[in-house]
Ligand binder design. Structure first.
Ligand code: NAD
Length: 346
């Protein structure tokens, strides 16, 4: 299948690795800054002769990829996804899917009209420990789920925001919630059944010179009655970074931790004993890998199966819109001082 990548920046190697591992024919690369290709993708075999475009619209027109991945600044995702869908392509859109709910709707509508598959790149759903946790949820092992807690405590220094002018801006990026925490927010929402009802939040910019938040906390209510707390910060002391997700129910509790909620820290259920917890900790223990894991490759495989078999991918446009809605709801609440209710249609 002919595949193209728009955006050859920091995250682009994950896409190329995923495309190559899944046997895609990489027909073109696009970036408005030519040096980015060499800088970030120079080490990949077989890419030297791949056609490169500084104008992604020209690339879509000439190369007609069947699948296009979009890995550009977040504020450009919507327009690029709409262009790719109009050119007849399926799309994998880096997170967040868009910066507004209206744009997320436009993408979903355009894709439905064209029969295009849309996937939002929330790859942490494919982390093995997360998949195991989801199986426990699906099997009803928690009894009634009462709460979830996300703690994303990462460190992004001034040097990170200095890497590119779009980082930390309201229009093109957002802050600790929209950029870094949206993965964990998606996981909480997905594990609790995808039925957010309302949110109340506070946010602040305490240390970095950016427009968006470097710290935020929120209380999220689900239609099931379950509550979730979200603590999102990118100004943690660099030596103590972590991302944890805890799900608590009447019959069980699981906590994932490590740098990216990929390790089992606690696995306790009324229907099992310490042997299972020890086994889970052994199976999903400390991993030396990068925070990205193998998620992109598994997500690409899921998208290819969706295209082949004619169904939605695991992280479809609706999932991307829900994660975005939770972040935007938190922003609105923090700015207005009021609890924000989500639409029934979400
Ligand atoms: N899924 C993940 O875990 C993950 C990780 C990192 C980044 N991301 C997301 O990926 C996206 C890119 O992040 P990054 O860290 O690679 O950023 P980056 O700044 O390193 O790369 C963005 C690239 O887009 C290019 N670009 C900008 N405008 C363009 C245009 N009009 N046409 C073509 N190319 C253009 C830039 O030149 C740059 O090379 C963001 O949306 C970010 O949120 C996701």
């Amino acid at each position: 299948m002919r595949y193209a990548l728009i955006g050859c920046g920091r995250v682009s190697p994950e896409h190329i690795r995923a495309a190559q591992t899944n046997g895609l024919e990489i027909c073109a690369l696009a970036d408005c800054v030519p040096g980015q290709r060499e800088e970030n993708l120079g080490a990949f075999p077989g890419l030297a002769d791949t056609p490169f475009y500084t104008d992604y619209r020209e690339m879509l027109e000439r190369e007609r990829p069947a699948l296009t991945a979009i890995a550009t600044p977040s504020g450009l995702h919507a327009v690029m996804a709409l262009d790719a869908i109009a050119a007849g392509s399926h799309v994998i859109i880096e997170k967040p899917i868009a910066m507004t709910l209206e744009d997320a709707d436009r993408i979903a509508e355009a894709a439905a009209a064209k029969g295009a598959v849309v996937c939002n790149n929330l790859q942490n759903r494919f982390n093995p420990a997360v998949q195991e946790l989801r199986r426990a949820v699906d099997a009803g092992r928690f009894g009634r789920i009462l709460s979830a807690a996300l703690q994303l405590r990462w460190h992004r220094g001034d040097d990170y925001y200095a890497q590119a002018a779009w980082r930390g801006t309201r229009a093109l990026d957002g802050g600790a919630m929209m950029n870094q925490s949206i993965h964990g927010i998606d996981l909480v929402n997905w594990l609790l059944g995808g039925c957010p009802e309302s949110i109340a939040a506070q946010k602040a910019t305490l240390l970095r010179s950016i427009e968006s938040e470097d710290i935020a906390v929120a209380a999220l209510r689900f239609r099931t009655g379950a509550l979730a707390s979200l603590e999102c910060m990118t100004i943690m002391y660099a030596g103590a970074q972590e991302e944890t997700i805890q799900i608590s129910g009447t019959q069980g509790m699981v906590r994932l931790g490590g740098s990216c909620a990929q390790e089992v820290e606690a696995w306790r259920f009324a229907d099992s004993g310490p042997e299972e917890e020890a086994e889970m900790r052994r199976r999903y223990g400390a991993s030396p890998e990068s925070v990205y894991g193998h998620g992109h490759t598994l997500l690409y495989a899921d998208v290819l199966a969706a295209i082949r078999e004619g169904h939605a991918p695991l992280v479809d446009a609706a999932a991307g819109k829900q994660a975005l809605a939770i972040v935007l709801g938190a922003y609105e609440s923090a700015e207005s001082g009021k609890t924000v209710a989500f639409s029934d249609a979400l």
